[in-house]
Design a protein around this ligand. Structure first.
Ligand code: DC
Length: 235
């Protein structure tokens, strides 16, 4: 693909659908997609492997020596994350990771490490990256910044539907409480908290379906006028 390299930053709360729409927009445009949340999950996986359990409030930033994280986006639109060569893509979705990730993502030293890694991947190709602080901290100069949102109620119902599709039985109230707790963690984190970046496009997806959101994102990228970008696949 010719043209200049651009970064598209997509931030938003848990359950806003950012990873599934960003992935699909990237696949259609022939761009790379990076899931920054998976990197925090991979660091948590590495530290749990080393320490067995993590103490809330303790900093683990001094223990990242020997940690190599890689992420690959395949042509089918799937993300593969590895830690020191081992594919951890499924392992990082475990509940144990979710319970410990706050200790890791609140740690400024770990955030610096992750941000350095994320930035090191940007020089080579155009990409869409999603997370909580991509447009505010990691790439404040991103060519396109998007903040995806939806009401807590809608996000809870989407999560419940996802679990049901996987054949899991879940309690709607419990999922809603988890979403509310994660919103609180994400917006109150001392560093890299979730916030709408200056100059970002706010999209409330509460009454939009996935396809509408994908099309809107592709439109915004096209409007940003990145030359050469639209020669990618769009089907
Ligand atoms: O997107 P996700 O739910 O997989 O992210 C996992 C956790 O990582 C989430 O609790 C918030 C944190 N995170 C972060 O602090 N900054 C990011 N850019 C991405 C995720």
């Amino acid at each position: 693909m010719g043209g200049k390299r651009i970064v598209v930053a997509v931030d938003g709360p848990a359950g806003s659908g950012k990873s599934s729409v960003s992935r699909e927009a990237a696949r259609r445009l022939g761009l790379r997609y990076i899931d920054s949340g998976a990197i925090y999950r991979a660091v948590t996986h590495f530290l749990l492997g080393r320490f067995g359990s993590l103490e809330k409030g303790r900093s683990y930033a001094a223990f990242l020596d020997g940690l190599e994280i890689a992420q690959r986006f395949d042509p089918e639109g799937r993300v593969h994350t590895s830690v020191n060569g081992d594919d951890v893509s499924s392992a990082i979705r475990d509940e144990l990771i979710a319970r410990n990730i706050g200790t890791v993502s609140d740690d400024p030293g770990i955030r610096n490490f992750v941000n350095g890694l994320l930035r090191s991947w940007s020089g080579r190709e155009s990409l869409i990256m999603d997370g909580r602080d991509i447009g505010t901290v990691v790439f404040p100069d991103a060519a396109v910044k998007i903040f995806l949102d939806a009401s807590a109620e809608v996000r809870s119902l989407r999560r419940v539907a996802e679990y049901r599709e996987m054949g899991k039985t879940v309690d709607v109230n419990e999922i809603r409480n988890q979403i509310i707790r994660r919103d609180q963690e994400d917006t109150e984190r001392p560093f890299g908290r979730l916030a709408k970046a200056e100059g970002s496009f706010y999209i409330d997806t509460s009454s939009m379906d996935k396809e509408e959101v994908i099309k809107r994102i592709i439109e915004l990228i096209a409007e940003a006028g990145a030359p050469g970008l639209m020669d990618g696949r769009q089907g």
